[in-house]
Design a protein around this ligand. Structure first.
Ligand code: GAL
Length: 449
């Protein structure tokens, strides 16, 4: 038995997050084009057990059941992502009406239950046709992304007010283009850097397109981690600062301050054209932060292709994935952001936080994880950080990228043979925890002013 959660500020938004390729399935339906994740997951040896998102949670057909689960849980918001190749099968040109129809139905069904829709426009499922032209290494992808954003907001903008442009551009660049463990599977190491700038440019152009169409609240979701040096050694301290620049500041600085951190600005050089940083720093209404764990960094070994080396953090419980559980890291991250960016920091939403656990519905581990991290958010608010929302990753067990179906992140267990959904203990816990954590169950989004 854990103590009831403390009271969160009035209007604080509690929600759940998912992503299109991880749950939708129906990859050949209604004119959807091929995405880089279809290609990657169907390439031998890329995902565990050769798992693919072909069926996933079959959410494309079962979304009414999934929305009923959200409603019973009592959350006020749902963050989902829109699959670009459903809207534009080859990444550009006229929109595919049937693809947009799906999200239209989804939004209406959410609103009917009083749940605020918070769509993300890009959660890594790039149309394959754009990858064939260089993907995010190609500057043109940024403009295509803004066109796609315009099509989506034109269709849904009468009902959707809150938008997230990109999900975790660092992870897409690092795993997808530097290390090759995610789609599109490139192994460019430091030469992947242009992917950061082009995604950020895409974010800025899309933010402007969303605003031009009347969107009132726009944010980007960055994956952030507090970085600690492995030791006091100057090599460790420098490596930690370099890693912090790559993982956190490369994506937060240009968006919030309109500049790249020094050595990365040098490395990007001429790629950054006049006016780009003004576009990228288009003012945001909120910043989305995904937090899973802190990172420990040491000096690189002699043959390392990178200027840092990640090291395990000892002394904490670990998730099924092996990630250390450090709730205080979330408080540190949030107060650190406040210190670094001061008045330039907009209100924050924790747009993902959660853990994978052993199979089964009795998941006290997840209850403790969520309880600890919600308290950590509360501590940050008490310390003066303006945090306005918290979204659990994830509503459902789903296709966990290269790990296939082996990592279970859901408040709700999914049997992938039968598609039966079974709420876990953590779902029941959150259901009652939310009653004490919020006053009056308000799902309002306290926008500026
Ligand atoms: C995030 C990602 C999610 C999910 C989660 C758990 O990086 O945005 O799609 O996979 O990690 O690993």
């Amino acid at each position: 038995m854990v103590d009831p959660l403390p009271l969160f500020p009035d209007g604080f938004l509690f929600g759940c997050s998912t992503a299109s390729y991880q749950i939708e399935g129906a990859v050949h339906e209604d004119g959807r084009g091929r995405s880089i994740w279809d290609t990657f997951s169907h390439t031998e040896g890329r995902t565990l057990n050769g798992d693919t998102g072909d069926v996933a949670c079959d959410h494309y057909h079962r979304y009414p059941e999934d929305i009923a689960l959200l409603a019973d849980l009592g959350v006020g918001a749902y963050r989902f992502s829109i699959a670009w190749p459903r809207v534009q099968p080859t990444g550009s040109g006229m929109p595919n009406r049937a693809g947009l129809d799906f999200y239209d139905r989804l939004v209406d069904a959410l609103l009917e239950k009083g749940i605020v829709p918070v769509p993300t426009l890009f959660h890594w499922d790039l149309p394959q046709a754009l990858e064939d032209r260089g993907g995010w290494l190609n500057r043109d992808t940024a403009s295509y992304f803004a066109d796609y954003a315009s099509h989506v907001v034109t269709r849904l903008g009468d009902r959707v007010r809150r938008w997230i442009t990109l999900n975790e551009p660092i992870v897409h660049m690092a795993q997808g283009y530097a290390y090759g463990s995610h789609a599109p599977g490139r192994t460019l190491m430091l030469d992947a850097l242009p992917v950061a700038h082009h995604q950020l440019l895409g974010h800025g152009l899309a933010a402007r397109a969303l605003r031009a169409a009347g969107a009132s609240e726009v944010m980007i979701t960055n994956n952030c981690t507090p970085v600690q040096p492995a030791g006091e050694d100057a090599g460790d301290v420098t490596a930690a600062a370099v890693y912090d620049a790559f993982h956190n500041r490369l994506f937060n600085d240009p968006v919030l301050l309109g500049s790249y951190p020094g050595f990365l600005a040098d490395a990007l050089g001429d790629l950054v054209r006049d006016g780009d940083l003004a576009v990228i720093s288009t003012p945001l209404d909120a910043l989305g932060i995904n937090y899973y764990n802190p990172t420990q960094v040491g000096a690189p070994g002699e043959d390392s292709p990178l200027p840092f080396e990640l090291q395990p953090i000892e002394g904490y419980p670990t998730t099924a994935f092996g990630w250390p559980v450090v709730p205080s890291g979330l408080t540190d991250l949030l107060t650190g952001l406040r210190e670094t960016y001061g008045e330039a920091l907009p209100p924050i939403h924790i747009t993902e936080n959660g853990c994978s656990t052993a199979p089964g519905v009795h998941d006290q581990f997840r209850v403790d994880y969520l309880d600890g991290h919600l308290r950590a958010v509360h501590d940050a608010i008490a310390a003066g950080v303006d945090v306005r929302g918290y979204f659990v990753w994830s509503l459902l067990d789903n296709f966990e990228w290269a790990e296939g179906y082996s990592q279970r992140f859901g408040l709700v267990e999914v049997d992938f043979d039968t598609q039966v959904r079974t709420p876990r203990d953590s779902y029941r816990w959150l259901q009652s925890a939310l009653l004490t954590a919020r006053r009056g169950g308000s799902a309002a989004w306290p926008g500026p002013g």
